[in-house]
Write a protein that binds this ligand. Structure first.
Ligand SMILES: [Zn+2]
Length: 271
């Protein structure tokens, strides 16, 4: 028997169903799945009225995800995800894929080329798995933090249009896979937030405007930003967290993306 949902990677999946009750039972026939029963669970959650924000700056995977916990307008915790080892592993796989692709393109012997292409396919699915695992782990850690602090989850990320434009651009060609996890992470955060009754918000926060004085900042090399007006300087990926701190009250009062009190999830019981 297979079950689907709640999404895997729950911080507390062992009691995720504590107050879930079966609201409906549907029997379906499906050419792919065969006959199955869909149990519709409803979980009553009390929506959190947050005083704390967990800000997540979703970035290209090799630049990592920077997150901050803001309590009463103060940043009390910083996180940088995923592990350096994961980023290294992704870079290594990426490099290996490119090498083998080049070799396959030059290979004259059809059998030799087929072997190389097969290896490329294997490494690509491995890379996909690494990205997926990293996303699951990051979402779990971030939502776990939000549950602990009864916080709203606030995602600052590139919007869907920028995301697909970059994926299709030259940069996207070589580094496309580094963007692949971003949409996954955002969707996962949203779904888990909903499951736990945590408010979820998406905001655009500056990364090149000085959070101290509002002047346009300059790149100072190594992804550091420096303000020519007041001298403030920090890593580019940290700037949005300072902006969230500055906009703390406004973000707290923003309407969540969803405000469901009763959440539905389905469990598929394959017969
Ligand atoms: Zn400044």
């Amino acid at each position: 028997m297979q079950t689907q949902n709640p999404p895997t990677g729950h911080p507390t999946s062992h009691h995720a169903d504590d107050n879930a009750v079966i609201k409906a039972v549907d029997i379906h026939g499906d050419h792919r799945l065969g006959l199955y029963v869909a149990l519709v669970f409803a979980r009553d959650v009390t929506p959190v009225k947050p005083k704390v924000l967990v800000i997540v700056n979703i970035n290209r995977l090799d630049h990592g995800v920077v997150a901050g916990v803001i309590v009463d307008g103060k940043i009390v915790k910083w996180l940088k995800l995923p592990d350096v080892s994961v980023v290294k592993e992704l870079k290594r796989l990426h490099q290996r894929v490119r090498e083998l692709e080049k070799r396959a393109a030059r290979e004259i012997d059809p059998a030799g080329r087929a072997r190389l292409e097969e290896e490329v396919g294997r490494l690509k699915s491995k890379r996909f798995g690494v990205i997926r695992d990293a996303v699951v782990k990051m979402a779990k850690e971030l939502v776990g933090l939000a549950v602990k602090y009864h916080a709203a989850i606030v995602v600052d990320g590139i919007d869907e249009r920028t995301y697909s434009a970059r994926k299709q651009s030259g940069e996207g060609g070589a580094r496309k896979h580094l963007y692949d996890g971003l949409g996954q992470l955002r969707r996962r955060l949203q779904r888990l937030a909903q499951w736990y009754g945590l408010p979820y918000r998406e905001v655009r926060l500056y990364s090149t405007v000085c959070p101290r004085c509002g002047a346009k900042m300059r790149e100072a090399g190594g992804r550091r930003m420096q303000c020519p007006a007041c001298g403030f300087s920090d890593h580019r990926d940290n700037i949005p967290i300072y902006w969230a701190k500055r906009r703390y009250w406004e973000i707290l009062q923003k309407q969540p993306v969803f405000s469901a009190i009763t959440l539905l999830t389905r469990k598929f019981l394959h017969l």
